[in-house]
Design a protein around this ligand. Sequence first.
Ligand code: HEM
Length: 505
Amino acid sequence: MDFVFVEKLLVGLLASVVVAIVVSKIRGRKLRLPPGPVPIPIFGNWLQVGDDLNHRNLAAMAGKLGEIFLLRMGQRNVVVVSSPPLAREVLHTQGVEFGSRTRNAVFDIFTGKGQGMAFTVYGDHWRKMRRIMTVPFFTNKVVQQYRAGWEAEAAFVVDTVRADPKAATEGVVLRRHLQLMMYNNMYRIMFDRRFESVDDPLFLRLRALNSERSRLAQSFEYNYGDFIPILRPFLRGYLRLCKEVMETRLKLFKDYFLDERKKLASTMAMDSSGLKCAIDHVLQAQQKGEINEENVLHIIENINVAAIETTLWSIEWVLAELVNHPEIQKKLRDELDTVLGVGHQITEPDTHKLPYLQAVIKEALRLRMAVPLLLPHMNLHDANLAGYDIPAESKILVNAWLLANNPEQWKRPDEFRPERFLEEEKRVEANGNDFRYLPFGVGRRSCPGVILALPILGITIGRLVHNFELTPPPGQDKLDTTEKHGQFSLHILKHSTIVAKARAF
Ligand code: HEM
């Protein structure tokens, strides 16, 4: 054998071994992970911290572990961020790196593995969905087009409650009426449709399916199968139920709303003047081949979940705080009387003239944040945060509630005190201009629906407080404001009965 050839072969082999060793050293270098409790094999920290990773429990852990910490939930890494500078890093500076969403077996079913917008990874599909949804849903033009409808729906609630003789004595569960109102507010935008009453059979079916979807998705019951993949087979029954609910829901959206709208649209001229409601715009994108019917159905699904429930929970929280703080309720009513005149029914343009109303809404969104950990973010690739290594596909929770309720950052944060937003915090807005206050998030994945949510809240709260004195039911001096948490939701546990005494105008 040629000596030179053997020499080359040996040098080549040696070089490959050296390269392999260097690569394995680099790959296997010890990661510098964020601090956290010491995990045990298989379970990680799950048995130590339990299932309920709600904003308050996570705030208590941040007190011990610091502004960034890591929990190993079985196989999953959960990184919790609790300071304004780190929120800025995740949501803004490294917004692309941390701009995806985590998935799990249950969410894969409900989101069709990210067919819509809210639960899809950051990338081309998300950008396309956001573009397609912006014109029909998320602009001031939409607010101007639909505000009269929202005012009519709020008036309908006021009239229904006024007509109920029990309202002024025993009280009524206002939520029932407000829920119908929120469905109508959103179904007007989507389909130009509304439901006649809380007993409308189609509304009842839709509501039952949506609330079952929420229960199944927000529950902690399925954590074990999510955290420890070898236990996934035990989730089979749960996942089957999720699938059934999802299929029935999508079929309902299709049969009763989408196909109806298509039929109607086929009889109208589909030029730009023929476009009427949001789904017409979305269907145009489908006709152009930009999206398919499944995407269309998931847009409807996203609005049902992201828009209706969050806004309804927030309205309920504002009302509960106003009932429990009669002096604040009176001050708000006085503002409405003084600025608008006694008996004048508030409209969307009026909401901009009412600083105390705005402050009341902001304060409720601060203390009782409907989405207190934002929607879970995720880094698709290995990343670095505050000098720590964050392994790819970690779930990143920003504890927005703690940012807005930290006594080191806010004056007496546990008090419901709207005045703070007219005094020491008067520059703070809900659009994310201050990283201590992010009820709608900020940056690429922030809530695009804020543009609709704030006027709807203003009109609804304004109408109710202007038309009624709202008090707890007889025998109670306060409403029960116990919180109910889900995977990332926060709503009031008991849908309170509220006495609504109509004012005479
Ligand atoms: C008071 C009511 C609402 C609150 C508190 C709220 C809050 C939020 C929050 C915290 C996020 C996640 C931000 C993040 O992960 O960084 C979000 C996302 C989202 N919200 Fe809202 N929201 C409300 C109303 C609405 C409405 C009315 C709509 C639609 C009309 C809407 C549509 C969405 C969508 C589509 C996303 C996902 C955005 C994305 O992933 O890119 N929301 N919302």
